[in-house]
Design a protein around this ligand. Sequence first.
Ligand SMILES: [Zn+2]
Length: 288
Amino acid sequence: MEYYIVDTSLTDEYDWDFEPTQRGVRLYLPQVYCPHCRKTYTGDFTAPLPEPIPPAIRRFIRALEQRPREPLSFVTVSPQEFRAIEQRVRVAYGFPPERRIVPGTDLGPLYLLRQRFEPHWQVYKGYNLFFTGKARQAVEQLNPSNLLWFPVWRTRTRHWDIWQLVVVEQKRLPAIEGGQWVQCPECGGWSIDAPYDVPIRFAVPEVGMEFSDFLCLEGLGLVVSERVVEVLAGLGHGSVRGLRFVPVSEVERRKVPPPSEEELRRIEQAFEKEMEEARRLIMPPPFE
Ligand SMILES: [Zn+2]
């Protein structure tokens, strides 16, 4: 069976009329910075935590947020500390081992506080992945075994027929050609070791995959079977927004060399210029 990656780089398809949010104070798990591989981990749209927040976790996260940090920035912890936090969250929520608990995730159910909402899409990738009832029904005809659906609320007791998707599945390593997987000893994160500018190709691992329609793969993110792509195509033209499906066999990545000092300076200068332009547009001219 052919598999497809869910490419979510289509930012021009952003639906500005659709902005579900946490009610009250926004709480989220801390993000993680690994000093060894210098990676920052924050969020994964397939692994939100929309369940009601257990009071003990609410208190714990509030206490974490008291730590000194830059204004408006995330609380950041080490990989080791996050492993302890993950364990605490897993126990408090009663999650099975296959449920992913990722750094930077928002906590709690989502609300859409407006009088009326008419989705013109059936599937939409915003901050998370959303399905209308019709799209959910279409997918459920395939009997997927590892999906959870959470409603987007409109009042305390009523919700929209819009569902936030959680894929219950630990990440797996796809087979690769053109490089090899290496694991960071500190955070356990995977990266690809490959010569610069050599095409790296991916293949969905065969073992135990026969009936999986939704997979989470390292380096590729959410991957779905062609059955899912067909079912969603059946919802009609324009029903799927903010994402597109690309066959895994066509995905090609390249490791590019880091920019030189000179290139870095050029990037910085271009950024400064853009910021200056933006400031000029935002600030009114001085009174003369
Ligand atoms: Zn690391």
